[in-house]
Write a protein that binds this ligand. Sequence first.
Ligand SMILES: [Fe+2]
Length: 313
Amino acid sequence: MSAPSPDTARDHAAAAITAALADPAKRPIVKSFFDEATFTVSHIVHDPATKKAALIDSVLDFDPPSGRTSHASADALVAHVEAEDLTIEWLLETHAHADHLSAAPYLQEKLGGRLAIGHEIVTVQEVFGKIFNEGTEFRRDGSQFDQLFNDGDRFTVGTLEATVLHVPGHTPACLAYVIGDAVFPGDTLFMPDYGTARCDFPGGDARTLYRSIHRLLSLPDEARVFLCHDYKAPPGRTEFAWETTIGAERTGNIHVREGISEDEFVTMRTQRDATLAMPRLILPSVQVNMNGGRPPEPESNGTRYLKLPLNTL
Ligand SMILES: [Fe+2]
C-alpha cells in the first residue's frame, strides 16, 4: 500500500491555527452580518494590530419581481468599516454563489481592496458561459477578479497570516480561507445540526465534497469556524447561528461527523439533493457572480438586462 500523499497546504494551515491559538496577537476580530432574505452571512475580519481587514462574501440586495438592486446590506458593511476605521485589503469570495448576488464591485469602489476567488472559477465561467450563451466578450479566464487563488496559496491581512484551501464539491471553485485561528469554509460546511450544502449544481460532486470536508475536519479542534449560510435547524434551533469550531463539526455534524463513511455520505447527499428545488436566485446570481459581481453591460437604451434560459437547469 502506498503512503498517503502529503498535504502541505492543510499542514501549513493547521500549524498557523496552532500558532494563533497560542498567541492572541495572531487572532483576528470577526464581525458577521446576516442577510435574512438570502440566509447569507458576510464577515469582516480584521487584524487588531493594524486595523487591516478582509471582507468575505458580501450581498447585493436584489428584488426579483421588480428587478431592482439596492445596497442596504452592503452599506452596513461600509458603516462597520468606517466606524472601526478599518482598511480593506481583500474582498474574498469563497465561491460563485448561486443564492445571492455579490456586492463586491460596489464595495470595492467604496472601500478598495483586491477582489479574489478560486482559480477554478474558470471552470464555472466555462460551464455557465455556455448555459447563458455568452459571447466571446465574456472572458472565461477569471480576469474579472484581481486575484485567483490556488490550494496552498498564502496572503496576509495586516500582520495576520492567511492560507487558502481549495475545497471543491459544492462547486468546483470553492475555497476555504484560514486566517489566524479562524476558518471560513464558505458553503463547504454548515452548522453541525444543519449539516452540509447540496452538490447537484453543474460541477458539484458529493464524493469530492466529503473529501474536502475531511481535510477541514483534520484542522485543530479549537479553530473557530465562520459559516456562509444558516437556515436554523428545525426542529430544535430557533435562532440563526454561524459560528462553531472544527471540533464541534468533527464530532457532531449530522452529515459528516466522525464515523460516517464516504459512501454513506454520498448516498444521503445524492438522495437529499434530488428533492431540492433550484435556489430562487440561481440564474441572476450565477450570471452576475461569475463576472466578478458585475451585471451585464447596458443595452442601447442604457438598461442592463439579465437572461433567464428556459428549460436549461
Ligand atoms: Fe453556495
